[in-house]
Design a protein around this ligand. Structure first.
Ligand SMILES: *Cc1c(COP(=O)(O)O)cnc(C)c1O
Length: 350
């Protein structure tokens, strides 16, 4: 006899990580090419002398720093082992089997996996023809069984970003017992003044969580640390389902230092935004369809030609993230990396 694992795991889609190919430029995982902020590197070096000790289980200093940064009570902050862990904790904290999680699709590929592992039902709401979240359709998908909705803005992988007014109107219509999780992993790259700030919304509404991460703009993807600001009961529930000590000591130290280095962050994000606009314009001039993006990536909805495009880029030593049959997501890197990608895109036979 062999060990009996859950039969439903056979149908679980695997998370596909961006490929790392030796000698090639990796534009597949929405990492920043510049690396961690200099202040964070110094903090990591210092903290490394103490890693024989368990980390602060309550993540006290980082929670306090985040609470001050966002002007909320520390009781409203929860820190996780990457924001993907917080996504999972949020579903665990709200759903039992037969409860429903509503999310846009295509969006962050962890949503269906997390929902299925938790045993809840997933309700995928297709994007609009413009590759944006269809808030009207998401509202229509709500049933008495709905416990949680993921709203990803800017949306991964399409880059489209909601406007504050449309998101507010949407929130006005969501039942107050449904938790709306604003996944703002790319918030720091957003330059549009009409875009929403989830922290403002989370401060005002008890059923909203604003979720952000140190993995993307802050350049700490390898350390795994993200956070949510929400109402006190939801934050308390998040802490209850958290794996003890899952936010490691180096991550806590690096996150505190990163948060204090807002000037370094601003400079970096401005550079990424300028490159994003340059790459977007070049692709559109080249005849590609590319939805407007406020994140650190562009989306090329190439449909059936996606795999071919990805292979073509790889031949040009550029790794992009292909979603077979749908499109390719390409991270904005340093100017010379972006130039290498643009050269590949120009050479793609169309
Ligand atoms: C990258 C990403 C995350 C997860 O980031 P962590 O590294 O787990 O903090 C969450 N949501 C979206 C939409 C992402 O793209």
């Amino acid at each position: 006899m062999s060990v009996r694992t859950r039969a439903d795991l056979d149908e679980l889609p695997a998370y596909v990580a961006g490929r790392t190919v030796p000698g090639a430029i990796k534009l597949a995982s929405n990492e920043v090419s510049e690396g961690p902020l200099p202040s964070a590197v110094a903090a990591i070096q210092q903290a490394s002398a103490e890693i024989h000790r368990y980390p602060d289980m309550g993540v006290g200093a980082l929670t306090a720093a985040l609470a001050e940064h966002y002007a909320v009570a520390p009781e409203r902050v929860a820190v996780g082992c990457g924001s993907v862990a917080l996504c999972e904790q949020l579903v665990q904290a709200t759903c039992t089997p037969d409860d429903e999680v509503v999310f846009p699709w295509r969006s962050f590929e962890a949503y269906p996996i997390i929902t299925q592992v938790a045993g809840a039902r997933q309700v995928r709401v297709p994007l609009t023809g413009e590759h944006a979240l269809d808030l009207e359709a998401m509202l229509a998908a709500i049933t008495p069984a709905t416990r949680l909705m993921f709203v990803c803005t800017p949306n991964n992988p399409t880059g489209t970003t909601l406007r504050r007014d449309e998101l507010t109107a949407f929130l006005d219509r969501v039942p107050s017992d449904v938790l709306v999780v604003l996944d703002e992993a790319y918030f720091e790259f957003v330059t549009d003044p009409a875009a929403p700030d989830g922290m403002e919304l989370a401060r005002e509404r008890d059923n909203v969580a604003s979720m952000r991460t140190f993995s993307k703009a802050y350049g700490l993807a390898g350390l795994r640390v993200g956070y949510a600001v929400t109402s006190e009961p939801v934050a308390a529930a998040l802490r209850k389902v958290c794996i003890p000590f899952s936010v490691n000591a180096l991550a806590q130290a690096a996150a505190i230092a990163s948060l204090a280095a807002q000037d370094e962050l601003r400079t970096r994000c401005a550079n990424v935004a300028a490159e994003r606009e340059r790459v977007h314009r070049a692709l559109v001039d080249e005849g590609y369809e590319v939805p407007g993006t406020k994140a650190n990536f562009v989306w090329l909805p190439l449909g059936e030609r996606t795999a071919e495009f990805s292979e073509h880029c790889l031949e040009h030593k550029v790794v992009v993230r292909a979603f077979a049959g749908e499109g390719a997501r390409v991270t904005i890197g340093r100017p010379e990396e972006n130039d290498a990608f643009l050269a590949a895109a120009r050479a793609f036979p169309r």
